[in-house]
Design a protein around this ligand. Structure first.
Ligand SMILES: C[S@@+](CC[C@H](N)C(=O)[O-])C[C@H]1O[C@@H](n2cnc3c(N)ncnc32)[C@H](O)[C@@H]1O
Ligand code: SF4
Ligand code: SF4
Length: 292
């Protein structure tokens, strides 16, 4: 049996909110109105069983809002009773908490509620938290990390939303939802990169290559790349033109870019600076060394 530590499981392409910097935004627009069907879900379970895989943690966190999934109760029960899944984690914006039946709560191990400013269901959430204190986690979200607006040179990286990810009839080996925005920024259709995913079938992870996680060209454009340092803005903020220009200027004059810029326009000057730096380090590293 092969154990899969964590898998992302996408059930629904809609959301009541339209958060400006939603990290899943690109994928939501690709799968507008999508609902995972019971047939697709059963096929996923069947292929997982035939592959002799065991998924230790299954994260149901989108694509948009999982509580808008039409088959929530039946689907979660099927997953938990399948025998191929350990923990089930469900992440929600908490606007439809009243939709989760007690029967369904039995099959959920962690209910993670993202509470945004002006959350209208505080009483209901407090009630759920009292009733299921060991299962309900509350995350107060006041800030959103801004998405990249250009290519970085930042791989390999730690990926904050890595795969595998199941959506519809496909398994993405390396990426979570954020790769859709990365592809958009890169100006390509992610489905044309068929080494990134496979159709769901027995042994669906056989072509997975660990070295690719956080080491794809797409990562240079991706929100989930932890090497990319960007501003966070208050949830719901729509940045003014002045803020966008300011952020652009900061990004532009980032050291790495400044270096590339110097190299391009003043190659002689850049080579001189590099020589001074190399001589300095050579001296520093050879000082006091002994021949052994
Ligand atoms: C994309 S949401 C999907 C589930 C659900 N709709 C929700 O809001 O919890 C999953 C998590 O990602 C977080 N998230 C999305 N975009 C983000 C961003 N730009 N910066 C920080 N967190 C973000 C959300 O706050 C949420 O906790
Ligand atoms: S509530 Fe969640 S999925 Fe919906 S737009 Fe906001 S972050 Fe994205
Ligand atoms: S593109 Fe890279 S950083 Fe983004 S989700 Fe995929 S592996 Fe992670």
């Amino acid at each position: 049996m092969m154990k899969i530590k964590h898998m992302k499981f996408e059930v629904c392409g809609s959301c009541q909110n339209n958060c400006v910097f939603c990290a899943h935004g690109g994928m939501i627009s690709e799968f507008k109105g999508y609902q995972l069907s019971i047939e697709e879900l059963k096929n996923f379970i069947d292929c997982t069983r035939k592959s002799d895989y065991f998924i230790e943690e299954l994260s149901i966190h989108g694509i948009g809002e999982p509580l808008l999934w039409n088959h929530l109760d039946e689907g979660i029960k099927l997953l938990k009773n399948s025998g191929v899944i350990g923990k089930i984690i469900l992440t929600t914006n908490g606007l439809l908490l009243d939709k989760i039946k007690d029967e369904t709560m039995r099959f959920i191990d962690i209910l993670s509620v993202s509470v945004y400013p002006n959350y209208p269901k505080g009483n209901l959430l407090a009630e759920k938290k009292t009733r299921y204190s060991d299962k309900v986690e509350i995350n107060f979200i006041t800030k959103f990390m801004v998405k990249p607006t250009r290519r970085y040179n930042a791989i390999p990286c730690y990926c904050m939303t890595c795969g595998p990810m199941f959506v519809k009839d496909k398994i993405f080996f390396y990426c979570g939802p954020t790769c859709f925005d990365a592809a958009k920024l890169r100006g390509v259709d992610i489905f044309k990169y068929d080494d990134l995913y496979t159709q769901i079938q027995p042994n669906y992870l056989e072509n997975f290559q660990k070295k690719n996680v956080g080491n794809l060209e797409f990562c240079n454009y991706c929100w989930a790349n932890s090497n990319i340092k960007r501003a966070s803005l208050p949830h719901g903020a729509i940045p003014s033109k002045a803020t966008v220009v300011l952020m652009g200027v900061f990004a532009y004059f980032e050291l790495r870019m400044l270096k590339d810029f110097l190299k391009m326009i003043l190659p002689g000057f850049y080579a001189g600076l590099k020589k001074i730096k190399d001589d300095f380090y050579l001296k520093k590293f050879t000082q006091g060394t002994r021949n052994v």
